[in-house]
Design a protein around this ligand. Structure first.
Ligand code: HEM
Length: 749
């Protein structure tokens, strides 16, 4: 089949397309006379079509896919992408705008849309100077969560292809079409190809509300800032690009065995390991090349929730903090009050799956370690070990979402907007006037303004916040040049004489971590967590569903330990260990019993000198440009020393065998051969580091971006150096302190 020209009888637009005969769905496209990167399209479908997919590359894989369905009189739409024959997931970059002649009535639904930045995508493009194939997918089975544009759904029930000649698919009235006007096209006299009706149900333009504080990103930094600032009576908008996570926030991603409850993947601590083995991990950001959580709660909704109250050194001037930050105790106390830690998260107070604790404590006691309650002694981090501590609450994921967000939401001066991506701040020189979102229904252009003296706080994370800065003309010029070349983001940049040169993306660090894998006959490896999502041990699943107790009330770690090391450069570095049943990867020549495996991960933390650089690529994806792990040979030397120490007395624990590395490889060879990407701990900090001078730092001691009047950052990116432990506890204390400093700073709303 080949597309031909037809005129839609309702809106009078001339499209190139066809009505396929099997289901009677019409697909049409029209381009401006000198094609740019956009087009107007339409899909007219009988009500029996529960969702429709349209592939701009003419195939399922590596194509920009448009997916649409009707819900409550509106058309719900998304752009998606996939490289495998599984559910295509969110693809950011294109902008879809539903045009007014769209409708839903009793027989049909019709989606007329503008698709901008749509003619090229990752690994593909529409060949606009020739012809090509397009493809459609049809389903008579409804999607799982119709109000959610990123809903999951089952495979199509039909698909097919058709040819199109792009060179004749243009119309000189294109710009009129954008305004809902068919221009000089004569009134249609041809046979109607679509439904005839007059009900227009797409929403009108929303008049944008100005806010005192617009906070971009609902991770730990953004949520805590939003709670404290709304508590102070300011009018606050918190914007999240993703959607709900836990059941209490409207999340619906529930394991088969928990069906009928609102205990989602993000509620049940024992599902943590399944984050990395899911066939449809929609919650990871698709435009950041390392793991980042694109959902409410950010990293705290998808992490293992290891929660450490900060040590004094975490906020020291030696770590890079301005001296005004070193007294963290009042803020850490505020955090502890809102979110106490627990090292026995099961609601019955018992500990489960503790075999690794027994084995590891034999090793550590033999090395002169003492067992302590770790969060009772945050500064005791040399030769100390104890039970892993978490911010779980009532046997469920707690974190900032189940604490600070609850109180924020109860206030009438707090507003929350999800599924909304902020690309850049709108500014006039050093004065920020609003944020640019991808929701063009807001004011017709997607811009949300500030009140007079209003402020923007970026909390989009160590990759997301730098990208927003680059797209706002703030950062090194090589990054802003990449933005300039982008057809959508380029025109939104301020003029070059307003660019602000700051070291955005530099000073990046992340804990290098190395896994050692062991077996011991006493260990229960819990099937390496492989079955927790689809076929858990029935008794454990039942116990958890009954009262949130048992194995599922905790994430996988069971033991943590720390040790200090002096080095030849005069610095003290700390090594951290995390121990859990199971193993992410095993590489061994030894025969072993898979039901007895466990992992000791050794990280280097406080004192690391290695730094990398974070930036964007030409597709504006966030990525490490220079890896931050073990750049300094002394960092590597200390990490090796720590690994050797951990296994130094292995022969004193009967039955304990190290299988990775195995006898054929030394620890040094193992570390030399380690894939750097698996050394990543996803603890990125420092990409918008705090400091006292604009030549070395991005934000000043009030967390305000240098050379701006009213732009702030509150997230892991301002932390100058890695803290002692997994960073989200220390980050939340930093967010408390940053919120207090921002509120105290004169000149605000
Ligand atoms: C849960 C969602 C989906 C699943 C599991 C799925 C799965 C599959 C599978 C297994 C095939 C190969 C079928 C065969 O060769 O007979 C296929 C083909 C195809 N799918 Fe999907 N699909 C999904 C969603 C979509 C969507 C949203 C589109 C949007 C346009 C799409 C477009 C296509 C097209 C055009 C083909 C045929 C051409 C090709 O193989 O690339 N699919 N799909």
């Amino acid at each position: 089949q080949t597309a031909t020209q037809y005129t839609d009888p309702d809106n009078g637009f001339q499209f190139t397309g066809l009505t396929e005969p099997v289901h009677g769905v019409t697909y049409g496209l029209v381009f401006p006379p000198n094609p740019t990167t956009e087009f107007i399209g339409e899909i007219v479908a009988p009500i029996a079509a529960k969702w429709i997919g349209f592939s701009l590359g003419g195939a399922m894989l590596q194509s920009l896919l448009l997916v649409a369905w009707p819900n409550n009189g509106q058309i719900v739409t998304s752009t998606r992408y996939t490289t495998t024959y599984d559910l295509p997931t969110e693809y950011d970059g294109p902008t879809l705008t539903t045009l007014p002649s769209s409708l839903v009535n009793s027989t049909h639904w019709k989606w007329v849309y503008r698709c901008q930045n749509c003619t090229t995508w990752q690994n593909g493009a529409m060949p606009l100077s020739s012809g090509a194939a397009l493809a459609w997918a049809y389903s008579d089975v409804g999607v799982d969560d119709p109000s959610n544009p990123q809903s999951t759904f089952q495979e199509h029930t039909d698909f097919n292809f058709f040819g199109i000649d792009y060179t004749s698919a243009t119309n000189t009235n294109y710009n009129n079409y954008l305004n809902g006007d068919s221009g000089s096209t004569p009134p249609p006299t041809t046979t109607p190809t679509g439904p005839t009706t007059t009900t227009t149900t797409t929403g009108p333009t929303i008049v944008p509300t100005p806010y005192d504080y617009i906070i971009v990103g609902a991770g730990p930094g953004g949520i805590i800032a939003a709670d404290r600032i709304s508590e102070a009576g300011k009018k606050v908008l918190l914007i999240e690009r993703g959607g709900p996570s836990t059941g209490e926030t409207g999340g619906t991603y529930v394991a088969p065995w928990a069906k009928g409850t609102n205990l989602t993947k993000f509620d049940i601590p024992g599902l943590f390991e399944s984050m990395f083995t899911d066939s449809n991990p929609w919650y990871w950001c698709k435009d950041i090349t390392v793991f980042a959580g694109c959902l409410l709660g950010g990293g705290t909704s998808i992490n293992g929730a290891l929660y450490w109250y900060p040590a004094t050194s975490d906020f020291s001037t030696a770590a890079g903090w301005p001296s005004s930050w070193t007294n963290h105790i009042p803020y850490t106390n505020m955090l502890k009050q809102r979110l106490p830690s627990t090292d026995h998260p099961s609601t019955d107070g018992k500990r489960y799956l503790e075999q690794v604790f027994n084995v590891t404590s034999q090793l550590l006691l033999g090395q002169g370690y003492s067992q302590i309650t770790i969060n009772d002694n945050p500064d005791y981090k040399d030769h100390a070990f104890g039970y892993s501590a978490f911010d779980f609450i009532d046997g469920k994921r707690g974190g900032p979402v189940a604490s600070y967000l609850r109180t924020a939401k109860a206030r009438s001066n707090f507003a929350y907007m999800d599924y909304t991506l902020v690309s850049n701040v709108v500014r006039n020189g050093s004065q920020i006037t609003g944020v640019q979102t991808n929701n063009t229904q807001i004011g017709g252009n997607g811009i949300i303004p500030l009140t007079p003296n209003g402020r923007v706080i970026l909390s989009a994370g160590s990759f997301g916040s730098p990208r927003i800065l680059f797209q706002s003309g703030i950062g090194p010029s090589d990054m802003i040049s990449l933005v300039q070349a982008d057809p959508t983001a380029g025109p939104r940049l301020p003029p070059q004489n307003q660019w602000i040169n700051l070291p955005v993306g530099y000073n990046a660090s992340d804990n290098p971590s190395i896994n050692l894998v062991f077996t011991h006959p006493s260990i229960d490896a819990y099937e390496n967590w492989a079955d927790v999502w689809s076929s858990p041990r029935p008794a454990d699943a039942a116990q958890y569903l009954k009262d949130q107790s048992g194995v599922f009330a905790s994430a996988s770690p069971r033991v943590n330990f720390w040790r200090a090391y002096g080095a030849s450069d005069g610095r003290v570095r700390y090594a951290q260990g995390t121990v859990r049943p199971g193993a992410a990867s095993i590489n061994t020549t030894l025969p072993y019993n898979a039901s007895n495996i466990f992992t000791i991960t050794v990280y280097l933390s406080t004192g690391i000198t290695s730094r990398g650089r974070v930036g964007i690529d030409a597709a504006l994806r966030g990525k490490p440009l220079v890896n931050p792990w073990l750049v300094d040979p002394i960092d590597k030397q200390i990490l090796l020393q720590a690994l050797h120490d951990v296994v130094s007395n292995m022969n004193t624990v009967p039955g304990l065998t190290m299988i990775t590395p195995d006898a054929g490889q030394t620890i040094d060879q193992y570390v030399d051969a380690y894939d750097p990407s698996t050394m990543n701990s996803n603890h990125w900090v420092g990409t918008n580091t705090i400091g006292t001078s604009a030549s070395k730092a991005v934000v000043d001691q009030n967390a305000k971006v240098f050379n701006t009047n009213n732009l702030f950052i509150v997230d892991a990116s301002i932390i100058p150096a890695l803290p002692m432990g997994n960073p989200h506890g220390m980050l939340m204390s930093a967010a408390e302190q940053a919120a207090a400093k921002i509120l105290a700073l004169a000149g605000g709303p």
